[in-house]
Design a protein around this ligand. Structure first.
Ligand code: FPP
Length: 277
């Protein structure tokens, strides 16, 4: 299923429209996930405090989301705050990120409504400060009826802890329904993930050059195409999202099969001919 939102190509910038014109509309990804990295380095390069990099990063979140909404991307999932960020960053930085998230939601819900964007979250969000959770619920409810892009913020998220939570949920279900472990399927695990309601990402973008998954959507990225750019997150724009999609469209996705142009079909025909002799 592709987006139920309306395309607003006319609202793209001229540069974005030029890249969009090169895309094959029938091969747009359904789900793009992004590891937003490099806020600290962006600030460091300008001799600014790290928090100014995060502040600029929050502006980028909104700009990229609006481009995604204009091209009718159904799902955009951003790694905004990891479990590891929560545990390993100085308390002052964590509390700044929490305040930034609150003010981001306060200041951008109207723009989400204007762009038909629905907000959702994944992660152990119940461990976040109460006032942050309240603001999150408010923003989610305010945008719940939007039908365009679903922007999912991964907050206090870790891929392994998501799997732990999924297995816990599945274990409870198995006990209640007396399910034999031999009957567990991949679909059963999928049903218990935070992302049960969405397709797996087609494209994962990571900014600032690091070649790591950093515990992001570990189950879901099994067949995802990965695009790494040196660009730091605060410098990333909708234009770069479109460029990443253009690159994605050049890839051949094989899902463990042989794919087109492998000669597999010709070989099959050859074998049939030999067998017929
Ligand atoms: C990495 O930069 C980014 C994060 C810690 C999380 C992303 C946060 C934002 C984009 C801002 C807030 C988001 C919202 C939704 C309000 P880094 O500090 O790891 O950069 P570095 O590796 O250069 O130090």
């Amino acid at each position: 299923m592709h987006s139920t939102g309306t395309l607003r190509i006319q609202d793209l910038t001229a540069e974005e429209r030029a890249v969009y014109a090169t895309l094959k509309p029938e091969r747009l990804p359904e789900h793009v996930a992004i590891i937003m990295d490099g806020n600290g380095r962006w600030a460091g390069q300008r001799s600014l405090k790290r928090f100014l990099g995060h502040q600029q990063g929050a502006k980028t979140v909104q700009q990229v989301t609006e481009t995604a909404a204009r091209i009718g991307l159904p799902w955009l999932t951003l790694y905004a705050f990891s479990l590891e960020n929560n545990l390993r960053r100085p308390k002052s930085e964590v509390s700044f990120l929490m305040r930034l998230l609150k003010s981001y939601l306060e200041n951008n819900v109207q723009r989400m409504l204007d762009n038909n964007v629905r907000l959702k979250y994944i992660g152990r969000t119940h461990e976040l400060p109460d006032e942050v959770q309240e603001k999150m619920r408010w923003a989610e409810q305010a945008t719940a009826r939007n039908t365009g892009t679903t922007l999912t913020l991964a907050l206090n998220y870790g891929g392994r802890s998501e799997l732990v939570d999924a297995f816990r949920g599945l274990a409870v279900e198995m006990k209640q329904k007396h399910i034999n472990p031999d009957h567990i399927t991949e679909e059963d695990i999928h049903r218990h993930l935070y992302t049960a309601h969405m397709p797996d990402p087609d494209l994962l973008i990571r900014t600032s050059g690091e070649m790591r998954l950093s515990n992001y959507l570990l189950w879901q990225v099994a067949y995802t195409e990965i695009f790494v750019t040196e660009r730091l997150w605060p410098d990333f724009r909708g234009l770069h999202l479109l460029e990443a999609i253009a690159d994605f469209q050049l890839r051949e996705r094989r899902y463990g099969g042989l794919g087109e142009g492998s000669g597999a079909v010709d070989e099959e025909a050859e074998r049939a001919k030999i067998a017929a002799v």
